[in-house]
Design a protein around this ligand. Structure first.
Ligand SMILES: [Zn+2]
Length: 259
């Protein structure tokens, strides 16, 4: 149980798998977590809805910061410009350079550090991970180290920048979350904002590959799974109302985690 005088952390929480795991990792440390999400003009608000729902369930303070005012500075990305076609290639392929929002992590970390100072938190957590190093320059260890240095100087009381999965890939992050008993039905990964995850975009493919590598069926419903038939479409709200596959429940064992 988190105590009122526990150290506080600001977690940059997108609603996706990585930050969902980071958020629960911080809770496991006994930290008081303030979740911070950013509306920077994503093509859809699906992730933000999912993030809101999770924080409500956890009774956790959650702030969605509207930074759409800077949209004109970052709209060259397919993630933020609806007129551009989303690549469907594998995550690693260079066409996914189109999904890089310029300098995103410096922008988000900078605001999260300000929030931390504002509420007396001593740490900012975010989900940079090894699988992103090639594609996203601001997920590289050198970038994180530089941000840690600057966060130590940004205020008279140093703020730590904590990236617990910096040297892990998505498969390892998922393994850690499954070991914590987390329910990944309450995360959203797909780059598209449709009722069901598409199963085709680079983000869906990477997610499904991580589940496959863990030998677990992704509890999220997909309009098309690369290796099987489409999931039922009768549920329109998608992310959290799906019953996990029995195989998933057993694979997750008896751990109940934060639920
Ligand atoms: Zn997708």
């Amino acid at each position: 149980m988190t105590q009122p005088d526990s150290p506080a952390t600001v977690v940059i929480y997108s609603g996706g798998m990585d930050s969902y795991t980071v958020l629960h990792r911080a809770l496991r440390e006994g930290r008081r977590v303030h979740a911070l999400s950013f509306d920077y003009g994503q093509r859809h608000a699906r992730e933000l809805e999912v993030a809101r729902r999770v924080c409500q369930r956890l009774g956790m303070p959650h702030q969605v910061v509207d930074i759409t005012a800077i949209h004109g500075l970052i709209d060259a990305s397919a993630l933020t410009d609806a007129s551009r076609t989303l690549p469907e290639a594998d995550y690693e392929e260079t066409s996914l350079q189109d999904t890089v929002v310029p300098n995103r992590n410096m922008i988000l970390l900078s605001l999260a550090i300000a929030k931390a100072v504002n509420i007396g938190a001593d740490r900012v957590d975010y989900g940079a991970h090894g699988g992103d190093h090639v594609l996203y320059p601001d997920c590289r260890p050198e970038f994180v180290a530089a941000m840690q240095a600057v966060a130590g100087l940004a205020h008279f009381t140093p703020i730590a920048v904590h990236a617990p999965y910096l040297h892990h890939d998505k498969t390892a992050i998922l393994a850690d979350g499954l070991a914590m008993g987390l329910d990944y039905a309450e995360t959203w990964t797909c780059y598209r904002g449709e009722a069901l995850a598409c199963g085709r975009c680079g983000s869906c493919r990477e997610r499904l590959a991580a589940f496959a590598a863990n030998g677990v069926r992704d509890p999220l419903s997909y309009s098309q799974r690369p290796d099987s038939h489409a999931d039922s479409q009768h549920s329109s709200s998608g992310a959290t109302d799906q019953q996990p596959d029995p195989a998933v429940s057993s694979a997750q064992g008896s751990a109940t985690g934060d639920h």
